[in-house]
Design a protein around this ligand. Structure first.
Ligand SMILES: Nc1ncnc2c1ncn2[C@@H]1O[C@H](COP(=O)(O)OP(=O)(O)OP(=O)(O)O)[C@@H](O)[C@H]1O
Ligand SMILES: [Mg+2]
Length: 598
């Protein structure tokens, strides 16, 4: 895919770039078309001024008293045309600002919606700092690009076309000189930027990397400090930034070198028009007025051309940032919600894995490590099932796959006999709640954190959920009770407190299937017991899956499934498995009882 992109770089001079950009600013299409009309009208009116000036000069060069009235009329006309240009310009600018401000409004909304809807695998491969940089720079650049287009590029292009026609009508030789030099200039500008494309692309990549690096060191600040790695973080960040600086420097110097050539072309063009006009006046083929007209128009145009090239450089500079933004918008969630997916009223909660193979790497690396291989298992409705086994065995993966965070590459998972892929994704996820190994906490108050799963929950419901999770006591001891802000990622809470908020949140969701992934691992045995007994009560008519390392907590489970290296190695009740002398469960059990390894 990458090589394909490099073959057709999406520079500001490529069709693909504009096609993609046009697509993401779809809400502005109508306004932009209208703006174009305004710009054309504006430029045409603007052309009238130098033309009227030419008429005035021509009249003055053969001045006689009878021509005072027409002269005055011409001057009045000049004033009128300037004023109408200013009026049209006013409306044009209003329209432009409307488009810009609206883009600044809807682009962040679009990308935010996109990001939260993308599947987990996307978020796992892109780090937060990178994503935020991409978005911020992207939006900034798109708005800048639109502004440049509206204020500079399009008006100048129209001006060039109009100038060319006007000069050609005046005298074909002058027109021809203009038609020769200005495209030459444009071609060179295009070539320069094509040459700079890979350098820019690299600079952007490094820039994102530096933001990612900065984000990582701040997110993991605790670890950085505990191991006194501040200096190393600064050094690594500095290293990336240094590369950015070098790339950027070489980019600008290259551009400046080319500018010498571009200036030469413009000056040649201007001199040619002057020489030609002077010659034609000398030969008596054009009037002084026409000379002034030709020189004014071409000077203006060459000057704009130069400015245009500067804007083009800038657009190319921004193009890569725009591309990166566009790529996010175009990213498709890997987990697709089927159209007309099945939305059951009630889920019984029977889960079956049939020959499930799954690798985080996706299908591309088939031979690579598989997180799950040939998993077959059956979880009965309204039962308690425990998943146990060595760390890294695949227990969390099984939980995530039931949630449909990922789809298996082979085999299928069936809920109440229907493949998960046939369910409406949101209906499916509403019927399942998970207390993850690492509970994610928002920087909100305790109540809002619990009620995240059910924003309209009443106070009573929230308190009840907190009670089930054995969280009530500690919450009441917080400085502001349920209204206490818990800090980013819940930093102001202990690990066990975060877990209990996670449990309360899941309980409040009132799902048909409840999954606990090491949900009580940070709790003391007493709190754990309390939670277990209240869970037994609420677990009456729902399917519960409990992932646990402490085997004492799952002995009452209806079924225990032992997972090792991505496969199911044993299953049965505690008694059955404990009896199997050679089994892994028995081994783990003995180990936990005695602490001896063998
Ligand atoms: N997002 C991911 N991307 C790539 N590989 C992953 C990802 N998550 C887990 N893995 C890998 O998949 C394997 C199974 O991981 P999983 O988290 O399911 O183990 P686990 O049984 O839950 O372990 P633990 O008891 O330590 O929580 C591990 O080898 C792990 O390295
Ligand atoms: Mg796990």
């Amino acid at each position: 895919m990458a090589s394909n992109k490099d073959k057709h770089p999406r520079t500001a001079g490529s069709q693909e770039f504009w096609r993609q950009l046009w697509k993401i600013i779809s809400p502005s299409h109508k306004q932009i078309k209208f703006l174009l009309v305004l710009i054309v009208v504006f430029r045409l009116i603007q052309l009238a001024t130098p033309y009227i000036l030419k008429l005035i000069i021509d009249k003055l060069s053969h001045f006689n008293p009878e021509q005072v009235i027409p002269l005055l009329l011409l001057i009045a006309l000049l004033f009128l045309s300037e004023q109408s240009a200013s009026l049209v310009s006013y409306f044009k600018d209003r329209k432009t600002f409307r488009i810009l401000v609206e883009a600044e409004y809807y682009l962040p909304l679009r990308v935010q919606e996109k990001l939260v809807n993308l599947s987990l695998d996307y978020h796992e491969k892109e780090n937060t700092g990178n994503k935020i940089t991409k978005i911020e720079r992207g939006i900034f650049r798109i708005v800048e690009l639109l502004a440049n287009m509206a204020f500079e590029v399009v008006p100048t292009l129209i001006q060039l076309a109009v100038t060319l026609v006007a000069l050609a009508v005046l005298d074909w030789r002058i027109g021809l000189s203009f038609a020769f030099f200005s495209p030459l200039f444009i071609v060179i500008t295009y070539k320069v930027n094509r040459e700079l494309y890979p350098i820019r692309k690299n600079r952007f990549k490094q820039h994102e990397e530096s933001s990612g690096k900065m984000g990582q060191s701040i997110i993991n600040i605790n670890t950085v400090k505990s191991f006194s790695q501040e200096e190393r973080e600064a050094k690594e960040y500095g290293g990336i930034k240094e590369r950015v600086r070098n790339w950027e420097m070489s980019e600008w110097f290259k551009l400046l070198n080319w500018n010498l050539g571009r200036n030469l072309i413009i000056d040649l063009g201007r001199v040619t028009v002057l020489l030609l006009s002077a010659y034609l006046v000398w030969q008596g083929q054009v009037s002084i007025g026409s000379l002034v007209f030709a020189v004014t128009l071409s000077e203006k145009s060459y000057f704009s051309l130069y400015r245009l090239s500067r804007f083009y450089d800038k657009m190319e500079e921004g193009a890569e940032a725009v591309n990166r933004f566009v790529d996010i918008i175009n990213e498709e969630p890997s987990i697709k919600n089927p159209e007309d997916g099945y939305k059951p009223k009630k889920i019984r909660g029977e889960i079956e894995f049939k020959g499930v193979d799954f690798s985080y790497e996706g299908l591309r690396n088939k031979d690579k490590f598989k997180a799950l291989r040939q998993v077959n298992l059956q979880i009965d409705p309204s039962s308690v099932t425990a998943l146990v086994g060595p760390s890294g065995g695949g227990k969390t993966t099984i939980a995530k796959i039931i949630y449909r965070h990922y789809d298996p590459q082979k085999g299928g998972i069936f809920l109440d006999g229907i493949d998960l892929r046939n369910y409406d994704l949101y209906a499916l996820r509403r019927s399942i709640a998970i207390v993850p190994q690492e509970v994610e906490i928002f920087n909100l108050d305790v109540k809002q954190n619990i009620a995240y799963s059910k924003p309209d929950a009443s106070w009573d419901e929230v308190r009840e959920a907190a009670r089930v999770a054995n969280a009530e006591e500690f919450i009441n001891n917080l400085p502001h009770g349920y209204k206490t802000l818990v800090g980013e990622r819940g930093m102001k809470l202990s690990g066990g407190q975060r877990q209990r908020i996670g449990i309360a949140r899941a309980v409040l969701a009132n799902p048909s299937i409840l999954i606990f992934d090491e949900a009580t691992s940070n709790l003391d045995s007493y709190s754990e017991k309390l939670i277990q007994s209240s869970m037994e009560k609420i677990g009456q008519d729902r399917t519960m899956i409990i992932i646990a390392h402490r085997l004492s907590t799952i002995q009452k489970a209806d079924k225990i499934i032992v997972v090792e290296e991505g496969g199911v190695v044993e299953q049965g009740s505690h008694q059955e498995l404990a009896r199997n002398g050679g089994g892994l469960y028995r081994k783990l059990l003995d180990l936990q009882k005695t602490g001896n390894v063998d």
